[in-house]
Design a protein around this ligand. Structure first.
Ligand code: SAM
Length: 389
């Protein structure tokens, strides 16, 4: 027997839109504050994401401005989906003709947990079948599927037997700002995580900033973007919403113009980075140039043990974690040397270190005043905050 689930339908013309941005563990509050600045209302931080309301302007602003969002999802339907039939019927009731045309392509991603349906490939296939069957019945033809580069990517999220269908307005994940060429440097931070570390550390562009272990320079570039008030979405990437039926080009261009006007022309406080490895310094230099902030960021090859701080400044770093056996002992010396430099030459500063090993964190020899759990890829880390007297 086929069930008749209640479908809460939404269309882009209906206001307000219900929206959701996934982010990393620990960054929910920072992202919520960013979204409020984008005009979002009813902002509710959750676990690894923030739900909020808004209109198309909010969607464009969130994609353009949010430094810590992974993507911006526009929720279009919510319904109970305890089994295949309920999922298929619920997905088929959505007025997909409002969102996809026959000449466009689609793909369905799925996330599931704590539900009768938990096989994500199966969920994707059922939702995709429902969409194309509806088109066949209503229009006699169906849009094609393109799993890699679809015009419209749909996200099916099932938790506790409740399915939410969303349209992904971002496309490629937002951490891909487009400024970082691949130099093969080890363990670069995702741009969204780097921005989150800076915002959690209280960096607002008015303080001098140092990263003495800068690797490919992600923290430095994200700091320069904050200091200049450059929206990360201005760096030239494409967004999925540009290909959507609801795309309002004049509105988007108005947001681009507004963002350009808000760029601060001031040089701002100095941002400096160093790394012991010459290849890392070259990679950082390319990233800084790619983002157009090379006039603000100074780079040099140096050992963190020799760093020189600046009164009132902020030091951020993501020292190596030492995942392989035998590396920990060598790195213990590096962490101790960094701790000594912080104690001796960085008085009057604050330091913020993302560390992935409790053992190594102990080798710094300073007591953090606070800490947060953040995940870097698959590694559970701590962001340790120090006041240096
Ligand atoms: C985990 S990576 C930093 C990644 C960086 N945050 C990024 O986004 O690309 C750690 C960096 O510390 C550097 N490093 C290790 N020991 C160092 C030392 N004694 N002085 C300066 N840099 C060091 C490594 O060369 C490496 O580039």
């Amino acid at each position: 027997m086929s069930t008749s689930p209640t479908v809460v339908k939404r269309s882009p013309k209906q206001q307000p839109l219900r929206l959701h941005c996934p982010t990393g563990v620990g960054l929910e509050q920072v992202l919520a504050a960013e979204l409020r600045r984008c005009g979002a209302t009813s902002v509710v931080p959750g676990n690894r994401g923030v739900s909020f309301s808004g209109d198309l302007s909010t969607v464009y602003r969130a994609n353009l401005w949010c430094r810590t969002a992974h993507r911006v999802l526009m929720e279009i339907a919510t319904f109970p989906a305890g089994g295949r039939e309920a999922l298929y019927e619920g997905a088929k009731r959505v007025q997909w003709e409002d969102y996809i045309s026959l000449s466009q392509t689609l793909a369905v991603d799925a996330v599931a947990g704590n539900s009768g349906l938990d096989h994500t490939q199966f969920i994707s296939r059922v939702v995709k079948d429902a969409i194309v069957d509806r088109f066949r019945e209503k229009r006699g033809r169906r849009p094609d599927v393109d799993p890699r580069n679809p015009t419209v990517r749909i996200n099916a999220h099932i938790v506790s037997d409740l399915c939410t269908l969303s349209i992904d307005t971002s496309g490629e994940r937002l951490h891909r700002r487009g400024y970082r060429p691949d130099f093969g440097t080890p363990a670069p931070l995702k741009e969204t995580l780097a921005a989150g570390i800076l915002l959690l550390s209280g960096y607002d562009g008015t303080q001098p900033l140092i990263d003495p272990m800068c690797g490919s320079g992600t923290l430095l570039v994200e700091a320069a973007l904050i200091a200049r008030n450059i929206a990360p979405g201005l760096l030239g990437r494409r967004f999925a919403f540009m290909g959507h039926l609801s795309f309002d080009r004049p509105l988007w261009l108005a947001h681009i113009d507004e963002a350009r006007e808000q760029i601060s022309p001031d040089a701002g406080e100095a941002i400096s980075g160093a790394d012991v490895d010459e290849t890392a310094v070259r990679a950082a230099s390319a990233a800084v140039q790619g983002a157009g902030v090379d006039d603000l960021v100074r780079l040099r090859r140096a050992d963190a043990a020799d760093l020189a701080g600046r009164e009132g400044g902020i030091l951020v770093a993501n020292p190596p974690y030492g995942e392989r056996l035998g590396e920990l002992d060598k790195l213990a010396k590096t962490y101790t040397a960094l701790g000594d430099a912080l104690k001796r030459r960085c008085r009057g500063m604050t330091a913020h270190l993302l560390v992935g090993s409790k053992f190594l964190a102990g080798k710094i020899g300073l007591h953090p005043k606070s800490r947060e759990v953040l995940w870097n890829g698959g590694i559970e880390c701590r962001l340790l905050h120090y006041d240096l007297y």
